[in-house]
Ligand binder design. Structure first.
Ligand code: SAM
Ligand code: SF4
Length: 336
């Protein structure tokens, strides 16, 4: 069988990375991500696990070599291990180079062993604070010890853990060095994320949460020597190494445009909509072509047509002191 042509967008970027959200549900309600009262999608609106398998497999056939499972909280989707195990065949064939997930860690204690057995080697765990009371305030649910046990279990299972921390003004500003030291002691990389203007948060005020990573970086530089690392991931993360500890620290500043030209990724929602850019509203419905035919050629055609519409860059802008370029959907819908 001929190898299909790779997915190349109008700006000559090869699309090799798919993030797939498997549910919009979550056992937490982080203040920057969701409102307290969320209306979740009816279960029947979601792609089934078989459909997710078909969808991901079509992307892999078209050259996607990195797959990240996210949500909502991916590990609260019933029988989600079926999807991970189904993807193992693409790892075994060599078509897929990396299968990974982003999780809040609450269910990791239960699933770490199964994930490792399915071929997952790295997980990103989102954790904004090491303080139990603060954790309860940020997530509106609590359970920090459960998350910490999940991280232990992941490391025990041989998974490489990266911690993702959203920088929150007045909330975890004072914990930058505690988090850095904790990650160094456990040999975990750490990435800070700037708050993005996604979704209606009810009474939470986004600009009040926003803390610039420029400021955070300056604080780190006051204590450590930061060495810029060249590692380009095709994503919005930039990395430095701390000379004193050897540790890698990432900064994700999605509000700057400096990463769009190397963007290699697209995002699939749990209902089968493909977002070609995190910061744009344009999307392509892939569920209809998926369900239209058992033959994947219709779906593959729709994927190619969508990639042909991938925009050059995004429109986020905080510069006028309002959340300009606000995107109405929640991060939990598109996946982080
Ligand atoms: N529930 C999983 C988790 O928390 O890791 C996966 C989904 S979550 C939407 C993915 C990532 O997006 C998390 O690291 C979270 O902190 C981040 N996130 C959510 N809303 C955000 C926002 N408005 N701005 C920046 N990051 C956000
Ligand atoms: Fe859930 Fe992750 Fe959103 Fe927090 S950031 S509410 S854990 S989906």
């Amino acid at each position: 069988m001929d190898t299909p042509a790779p997915l190349i967008d109008p700006f000559f970027r090869t699309i090799s990375y798919l993030r797939v959200s498997v549910t919009d549900r979550c056992d937490f309600r982080c203040v920057y991500c969701m409102s307290e009262t969320m209306t979740f999608l009816p279960r029947k609106a979601l792609l089934t696990l078989e459909e997710l398998d078909r969808m991901c497999s079509a992307f892999v056939r078209l050259g996607v070599s990195k797959l990240r499972v996210t949500g909502g909280e991916p590990l609260v989707r019933r029988d989600i291990m079926t999807l991970f195990r189904a993807m193992t065949r693409h790892l075994d064939s060599g078509a897929l180079k990396e299968l990974t997930l982003t999780t809040n860690g609450s269910q990791l204690e239960r699933f770490a062993g199964d994930l490792a057995a399915a071929g997952v080697r790295r997980v990103n765990v989102s954790l904004d604070t090491l303080d139990e009371a603060k954790f309860a305030r940020i997530t509106r649910r609590g359970r920090l010890p459960q998350v910490l046990r999940g991280i232990d279990a992941a490391q025990d299972a041989g998974l490489r853990v990266k911690i993702n921390t959203v920088a929150l003004k007045g909330i975890n500003e004072d914990e930058v060095f505690d988090l850095q030291a904790w990650c160094a002691a456990r040999d975990m990389d750490l990435t800070f994320i700037e708050v993005m203007p996604m979704g209606d948060l009810g009474r939470e005020d986004r600009l009040n949460q926003y803390w610039s990573l420029k400021d955070l970086r300056t604080r780190l530089a006051g204590r450590f020597t930061l060495i810029d690392m060249a590692a380009h991931t095709g994503g919005p993360a930039r990395y430095v190494q701390l000379r004193e500890t050897g540790q890698k620290i990432g900064f994700i500043t999605p509000l700057t445009h400096n990463f769009c030209e190397s963007c290699n990724r697209v995002r699939l929602t749990c209902t089968g909509n493909l977002y070609m850019c995190l910061g744009q509203e344009d999307m392509a419905d892939l569920r209809t072509p998926l369900r239209a035919s058992a033959d994947d050629s219709v779906l593959e055609g729709a994927i190619r047509a969508a990639i042909a519409r991938k925009p050059k860059g995004h429109d986020f802008d905080y510069s006028r002191q309002k959340a300009g370029g606000q995107i109405s959907r929640h991060m939990s819908h598109t996946g982080g």
